[in-house]
Design a protein around this ligand. Structure first.
Ligand SMILES: Cc1ncc(COP(=O)(O)O)c(C=O)c1O
Length: 349
């Protein structure tokens, strides 16, 4: 038995995706001749409510192209303190764009608009970096896949517009937010100038992200993608499964959310587990084990691993489980049986 709950990135392309790759019509994207890429970019832009979109190789590249296209060296970006851009992109914003992150700690990953307003530099003064952009992450990974509420996004948009600065969304899992909120995704992305969406997470594609925004920014983004070596050639083989993601994989995210809730509720009944069920908005579950409980988080993870149930440890003592299309409801019941059993044992590696 193998139930892989480490991440939604572990998913492999579906049969339909593999067939679509095989059959994809392709051309050179440098010459705007790949019909499958053009179709994907058009469809994604429309779905996200933006003028234009560009295929990029990964979520990290999409975020970095967005920063590079909308900021200058020495500028400052205002970002939530535990966001992927700050924590997990190898400081690419500093290395590549030469921008400084002004980190605003959020509650459940949601930045308080007053804190964001206060973080914007008050004046043009050679002492200060120029505030150039607000970045939000939706859903927020390190806060357990929580959804950033639309009224918060609306307030941040107002602040950005008043200050004349840009707003970017790391929407790696924005379709999870949309499905869980029962909204068209464009009702979420309308608050930002640019949005990066990963197709390799819950949407199941093997490669690729989309960066969407206004035409002028996406034109600039094409230069940055080229400079970063992200302009592929016959990338229709990459775009074809991404089209399947858009047409077949979005609505089913609801199943992943239901499975995550089922798993979280089961975990809450296990002795020693510390979990906040109110934090389970989408497909991620973060939990820890009580210090004076029967087993440590590390031992629980190792014990489960030996029985075929795999999770991840994001910070010491904190376990993360993520549901995705390769995990069925039956798998969740089986996983809970294993976790229950291991939690009662005393495992030491
Ligand atoms: C919130 C968030 N943003 C961006 C990324 C980066 O995506 P990629 O791994 O495709 O570079 C990830 C990846 O896990 C993510 O969780």
């Amino acid at each position: 038995m193998r139930i892989d709950l480490r991440s939604d990135t572990v998913t492999k392309p579906t049969e339909a995706m593999r067939k679509a790759m095989y059959e994809a019509e392709v051309g050179d994207i440098n010459m705007f001749e790949d019909p499958t890429v053009l179709k994907l970019e058009e469809m994604a832009a429309e779905r996200l409510g933006k003028e234009a979109a560009i295929l990029v190789t990964s979520g990290t590249q999409g975020n970095q192209v967005a920063i590079l296209s909308q900021t200058g060296r020495g500028d400052e970006i205002i970002v939530e303190a535990s966001s992927h851009i700050v924590m997990l992109e190898g400081a690419a914003h500093a290395v590549l764009a030469g921008v400084q992150p002004r980190q605003v700690p959020g509650k459940r990953g949601v930045m308080n608009p007053d804190d964001v307003r206060a973080a914007i530099r008050p004046m043009i003064d050679p002492h200060y970096p120029k505030s150039a952009m607000i970045c939000v992450e939706n859903t927020h990974n390190f806060h357990g896949g929580v959804i950033v509420p639309n009224d918060n996004l609306a307030q941040l948009q107002e602040i950005a517009q008043e200050a004349g600065i840009r707003m970017h969304m790391d929407g790696a899992r924005v379709f999870n937010a949309a499905v869980a909120s029962g909204l068209p995704v464009s009702e979420i992305t309308k608050y930002v100038d640019t949005v990066q969406v990963c197709f390799t997470k819950g949407l199941g594609a093997p490669v690729g992200s989309i960066l969407a925004g206004d035409q002028e920014t996406i034109n600039t983004a094409r230069h940055w993608r080229k400079r970063l070596g992200g302009t592929m050639r016959q990338a229709g083989v990459v775009a074809a499964p991404m089209l399947i993601s858009l047409t077949e994989m979005v609505d089913r995210l609801a199943e992943d959310h239901a499975n995550a809730r089922l798993l979280a509720e089961g975990l809450a009944n296990i002795e020693g587990v510390e979990i906040n069920l109110d934090d389970i908005d989408t497909n991620m579950i973060y939990f820890s084990m009580k210090e004076d409980g029967p087993i440590t988080a590390r031992d629980l993870l190792i014990g489960c691993y030996h029985e075929g149930v795999m999770g991840g440890m994001m910070t010491p003592g904190q376990i993360r489980f993520v549901t995705h299309h390769e995990v069925t409801t039956d798998d969740i019941h089986k996983a809970l049986e294993v976790i229950n059993r291991v939690a009662k044992s005393k495992v030491t590696a």
